[in-house]
Design a protein. Structure first.
Lengths: 135, 206
């Protein structure tokens, strides 16, 4: 999202098997970071320099895992390449933030949604219709 | 381009940039189509002259159609949509007279490999998915469902085909949905990341 407009999005089945929700979110935030870095590079071409780009995640455990890299039985097996985002948080290019599931706009790309929720997210993402306003 | 004083973009090699004091011009080349924009009209004119002297090309004026995307530039923002492509898609698959539905997928829908289901024509299914994938460019609302259906291309069953048909029924009602890019907003990049681990019961891949 660039301010209030959607500029890039992707939806993909993960390439590896995760053991827990935290792990799945952790891996996902890592690939989101890659996308962010690419956009950041693009924007720097246009003369817009950004740092500390927030990534919103709705899982507190995953966030804590980024901020405090503890190794215990549930996390020690996570592959090194998934710790990619952690490095970028430490050197200040990205920042991970908590957002409640209600305002998690990426929700649209992960599961089937009911009508009200679906249209709420569409409006938030700037996807609109002129003739028949989505309500 | 490089001899004219343009530089490559860092991650996008087909973007060319030229800076002159306060002004800047961007040129995006995609195979045989070119779009460009600048803060200064003089730079645009200079670019057009330079190109015309070397290549045979036609100038189409303000952009309103690019690579299948309809672009509408208004005073306070830009609209991008693919309504025309969407209509053609529905015609191509004889779904242009179907009833419209509100959402692209039902919330109780659980697609899986469906070993017992009846097989459907694979090439037709692939054609359909391919066409829908292109539509995603301007329609992130169907991205999830199309990607979900696209996973079963190797052995499509009736249940998958019905899910794909439902997407088209949804499109029927929302043909002219478009992306809105307002002007004059601050430029802050924000990332949203989410995964659905519980939903991917059988394979454990979110």
């Amino acid at each position: 999202m660039l301010e209030s407009s959607l500029i890039s999005s992707h939806c993909k089945k993960q390439a590896c098997v995760a053991l827990s929700t935290v792990e799945a979110e952790y891996i996902e935030a890592g690939s989101c970071c890659a996308q962010i870095l690419w956009l950041r590079q693009q924007l720097s071409d246009f003369g817009i320099l950004l740092s500390k780009i927030p990534i919103n995640c709705d899982n507190t455990s995953a966030i804590n895992l980024f901020k405090n890299p503890v190794m215990h039985s549930r996390t020690k097996h996570i592959e090194i390449r998934h710790h990619f985002l952690r490095e970028h948080i430490t050197n200040g290019t990205c920042d991970i933030k908590f957002i409640s599931t209600e305002f998690q706009l990426a929700n649209l790309f992960t599961k089937p949604l009911a009508k009200d929720r679906f249209y709420f997210l569409l409006n938030e993402l700037g996807i609109i219709s002129l003739n028949c306003p989505l309500q | 381009m490089l001899s004219q004083g343009y530089n490559h973009g860092t991650s996008n090699r087909t973007l060319f940039i030229k800076k002159k004091r306060e002004d800047i011009i961007f040129v995006q080349v995609s195979v045989d189509d070119i779009i460009f924009g600048s803060t200064n009209e003089v730079m645009c004119e200079a670019f057009v002259e330079a190109m015309k002297s070397k290549f045979e090309m036609s100038m189409l004026g303000e952009m309103n159609y690019f690579l299948g995307l309809q672009v509408k530039q208004l005073k306070d923002g830009i609209f991008i949509n693919q309504a025309k492509y969407c209509k053609e898609l529905l015609m191509k698959f004889q779904m242009d007279k179907c009833k419209a539905i509100n959402t692209p997928i039902s919330i109780s829908c659980q697609l899986d490999q469906d070993h017992v289901g009846k097989s459907v024509d694979q090439s037709k299914y692939r054609r359909l998915i391919g066409s829908l994938l292109y539509l995603i460019t301007s329609r992130p609302d169907i991205m999830f469902v199309v990607c979900l259906c696209a996973r079963y291309q190797s052995d499509p069953k009736e249940s998958h085909y019905n899910a794909a048909k439902r997407i088209m029924k949804y499109l029927q009602g929302t043909k002219d949905v478009r992306l809105w890019y307002p002007n004059n907003v601050s430029l802050n990049l924000t990332g949203f990341s989410d995964s659905n681990f519980a939903g991917a019961r059988l394979i454990g891949k979110a």
